[in-house]
Write a protein that binds this ligand. Sequence first.
Ligand code: IZC
Ligand code: ZN
Length: 426
Amino acid sequence: MNSVIYIRNASQVVTVAGASRAPKRGPKMEELQIIHHGGVVVQDDRILFVGSDQDAEEFVEDQFGHVKENIRLIDASGKIVTPGLIDPHTHVVFAGSREKELEMRLQGSTYIEILKQGGGILYTTTQTRAASEEQLLDESLKRLNRFLEYGVTTIEAKSGYGLTVEDELKQLRVARRLNETHPIDIVSTFMGAHAVPVEFKENPDDYVHIVIEEMIPQVAEEGLAQFCDVFCEEGVFTVEQSERILEAGKRFGLIPKIHADEIVQFGGAELAAKVGAISADHLLKASDEGIKRMAEAGVVAVLLPGTAFFLMEEPANARKIIEAGVPVALSTDRNPGSSPTESLPLIMNLACLTMKMTPAEVIAACTINAAHAIGRAGEIGSIEVGKKADLVIFDAPNYQYLQYNFGVNLVDSVVKNGNLVVERRK
Ligand code: IZC
Ligand code: ZN
């Protein structure tokens, strides 16, 4: 018989069902389609059944009554089941770390000043260029293991610490190998336009030329990425350069994403709408007009409150963005400079406590809306029959408790692709 897992007696099954075709916006973000006292049955890598305790018992008896001893039973009494968490914005493949910059920032240096002095992204680029594929793989693997412990079952991962054709391809190949070998699914984004490398400091347009003429075609040819991202920011890439790069990506089938309006108001949100980006990320300084255009164009806002917290900045105005009808997702932004954490649950806490998102909105933002931000909502992001069996059991009596008992890991178990991959606290 095929592998079957039956999770029973959950106090809540938070399905987040019914939004696979379009992301949740406005008040809909609060509708989580919860089954109180329910169960989930998984067969192989798919969700086979979800329903009330009684219906689940009958279903299992009907389908598997004769082979009950082969079913893996998980008792979720007093706990909740949610879809596997999805992190739609990470820079997880890199070498080294930047704890020195934390001390510099505590003494008054800013993130952009450090970058302009050749630190920041450029420091990590030096380390990443020097690292072998094996070394990058080992370092990134540790981070992926931590993500899984926190209930994250799918992530997006960007390149952008190579900044040469070969080194960008190296980073993306590592992401591909990680996807093949690690339980977490990794969706890749090409981000050669993450910083202008020192070699091109005096003529950044020459670097943009290489991104467009050399990097994008090779990334596309090797099928190494699905998305193309740009750090559109004062002192990094202009709106005009960003547009050229994202349009070039589109010609090669790479869907645009954009780091928008993080540090200054720069027109990134407007550009996201103009190029039809799947998401615009950060948005701390986004203009009202930009937000309006994102809502009209259906761009998902990926908010990163951990980054604002770590950079000691005011976070994005999530309430305004949600009220404008923009679908919101959340992410760690895992990277060595502005958000060195794999704890998506901590980001959820920060979203609630620093951006006043409700506990229900936070769940929608880390499940179905995050799936939409990476074009995967048909497969993941909700507990529905036929979807991939990616599930988390949290040791919490209700979903609100996740935002209340903050800063600790409440993950009890994780099911990924139908396999029990994390089992904690007996
Ligand atoms: O390494 O600093 N913001 N890119 C844009 C980053 C932060 C990553 C880094
Ligand atoms: Zn980022």
